[in-house]
Design a protein around this ligand. Structure first.
Ligand code: 13P
Length: 333
């Protein structure tokens, strides 16, 4: 059993309190590889931002649970080496689907876990979330739970249809589970194909998706004033990355994300954690495709992973500074 505090990590409690009060959101970036981890840390240090590094069950299967855990420990050391004396790095389990998985992560040094019982009947979702909270809080690990279902596919998590969070349930759910933050469904979804072109409106040649349900968010905030709210599925699927991928041999059709203005607006509310995974995948793939097309003789992975890492870092910095507003928000630099 390792406690996250011994690894130099922090939980989400204090950073969420400051983010809700300050009207900004903490970035929650998924990682599976060393290059993603390095880019996340470089971006967080350069912008002096707290950051959540999150790992899904699929990432643990891909990279190995122990390796990811040690990479997060390495992230703290790396941030310090880069000149940040007091980094605020959370190691978070994304979409935990069982008590056992959450417990395993807590016992391995995670500082935050999500238990996703959103697909379960209401009472079962509460019972499962409460069981995880009761265990996690013994070790001061924070817990995110979810009400409402997001559509889309992400690792093992998939749902054909979304169901918006019902504001009338949130007080009962938050009180009875004791969760520290609540992921809600207001129109975001996982993956790079969040909307069909038919759901969008064509404005000046650009497909604009329907707006998020800010009325539901406002009702939730009214019921739970100051309570930390989480938005999953918040990649904006930048067209320049999609175009680069397609220009250099890819085939990504009808990729549509959440416009950044919508996320900026959400970040100013009680939404204090915004999850971004697909944009990192796109940034990495675009840079690798471009590099290999322009340098067909290259075969050393460092030759194409270096520009991939640079491109991800640029994207992370852009999100932190121009969308979420968490730059300069470390408690101590
Ligand atoms: P995106 O697919 O929009 O990046 O969402 C990621 C996410 O919500 C991880 O939980």
């Amino acid at each position: 059993m390792v406690n996250y505090k011994d690894l130099g990590l922090v939980n989400t409690r204090e950073m969420f309190k400051r983010a809700v009060a300050g009207g900004y959101a903490i970035p929650a970036f998924n990682f599976n590889t060393m290059e993603q981890m390095q880019a996340i840390v470089m971006a967080a240090v350069e912008t002096k931002s707290p950051v959540i590094m999150q790992v899904s069950k699929g990432a643990r299967n891909y990279a190995n649970a122990s390796i990811l855990r040690f990479m997060a420990e390495g992230a703290v050391a790396y941030a310090k080496e880069l000149g940040c004396e007091h980094p605020e790095i959370v190691l978070h389990l994304d979409h935990g689907d069982s008590f056992e998985l959450c417990k395993d992560c807590i016992d391995m040094g995670f500082s935050s876990v999500m238990i996703d019982g959103s697909h379960l009947p209401y009472e079962e979702n509460i019972a499962l979330a409460k069981k995880v909270v009761d265990y996690a809080h013994q070790y001061d690990v924070t817990v995110e739970a979810e009400l409402g279902v997001l559509a889309g596919v992400e690792d093992e998590v998939s749902a054909a249809e979304s169901h918006y969070t019902k504001p009338e349930e949130v007080i009962d759910f938050a009180t009875r589970t004791g969760c520290d933050s609540l992921a809600i469904s207001i129109g975001t979804s996982h993956g790079a194909h969040k909307f069909t072109p038919e759901q969008c409106t064509l404005v000046n040649g650009v497909l604009v998706p329907p707006p998020l349900a800010f009325d539901i968010l406002a009702e939730i905030e009214k019921k739970l004033p100051g309570f930390p709210i989480v938005l999953h599925g918040s990649s904006s699927v930048p067209m320049d990355e999609v175009n680069t991928i397609n220009q250099y041999g890819g085939k990504l059709e009808a990729a549509i994300g959440i416009p950044e203005e919508q996320l900026r607006k959400a970040a100013k509310s009680a939404v204090c954690k915004i999850n971004i995974d697909s944009d990192s995948r796109l940034a990495m793939t675009a840079a690798i495709r471009k590099h290999l097309a322009e340098h067909p003789g290259d075969f050393d992975p460092r030759q194409y992973l270096k520009p991939a890492r640079e491109n991800m870092k640029k994207m992370y910095i852009h999100k932190i500074v121009n969308v979420l507003g968490s730059d300069g928000k470390l408690a101590q630099c």
